[in-house]
Design a protein around this ligand. Sequence first.
Ligand code: PLP
Length: 388
Amino acid sequence: MMDFSQIQALDKQYHAETYSYFPIAFTGGKNATLIGTDGKEYIDFGAGIATNIFGVNDESWKAAVVEQLNRVQHVCNYYYAEPQSRLAELLCTKTGAKRAFFANSGAEANECAFKAARKYSAEKYGEGRAKIVTLKNSFHGRTLFTLTATGQDAFHRWFGPFVPEVDYAEANMDDIRRVADNRTCAVVIECVQGESGVTALPKAFVTALEAFCKERDILLICDEVQCGNGRTGKLYAYQHYGIQPDIVTTAKGLGGGLPIGACLFFGKTEHTLQVGDHGSTFGGNPVCCAGAVNVVSRLTEEFLLEVQGKSDYMRAKLKGFDGVKQVTGLGLMIGLEIGKNAKEVAAECLKRGLLVLTAHDRVRLVPPLTITKTEMDEGLSVIKEVLK
Ligand SMILES: *Cc1c(COP(=O)(O)O)cnc(C)c1O
């Protein structure tokens, strides 16, 4: 194996310069404890951006993935594949969705949802009703359509011209009414906004938005790429709000660390996408689906209650720390308002053996859902030290 300086040298010379890394790589670990190339242990409050839902080296998940690897690693979408069919059934029976389409990432799951929304509307109402409304401060991905849909100007430098008929509203009904007109086919929300600072949308807004959309046959799309798959203590975050979206997209945690995205179609969108309308070479890859079947089948009511308990525990501790102004988000998707530079706090945490993420000016904590009390305590004590 290479030592860290060798890895870093290669990367600096050959890898695209799109990322700003902390100076470390990881060689292994267990659950929410990683081992760095420096030989030290790190508590992981980031989970590869809410992705390694069962941490690393989870035996049951690995067995499911390896079992499929020992059979067939990939089949194209000319043929059936059991893990794909099983995952579709599992997601539909657990959520009430009618059908699932599988992609490889969050952006692609959203891309699928946006295309489906435009087709749903065009078939029913004809052309001229293609507008997608998203929220200011949202994040929906990096493909051109999803980047357009991302309601943050900072992401829009350089890459225009953008996809037409996408517009942005503030998270209040007055602004939704202003922007979501009779040319609109869908409104997209993240019930808990991740990248823009870990903010749970107000319940009154979300329920009013659902009613508004229903009345006008505007599709309500919930982007659960980050907040889905048990992260908030429910299988999907919209379930905290008592609403029924028309389309739900998810990815990140779904594969337990393998790349997979899903677009779930409820009720009236069940038959919108037909043969030839959409597709993906790797989408629904059997190894990724086998991992996801293991993930989703283990997100039981009992497991989700444990997630809620861990969230309560961490939040109560964090609220008591000097330097914490506000604790935001939902479940194990935690934002910390700290009145300090979040990136510097993250760098300081790393030095003391804790991995945390940031989201705008907040520290973002999205640990593996299987994190133990000991791991939580170790990580929390680092945060306490750093913020003091
Ligand atoms: C991460 C994220 C995406 C994009 O997912 P990728 O897998 O990086 O394409 C989209 N929406 C939300 C809410 C996300 O957090």
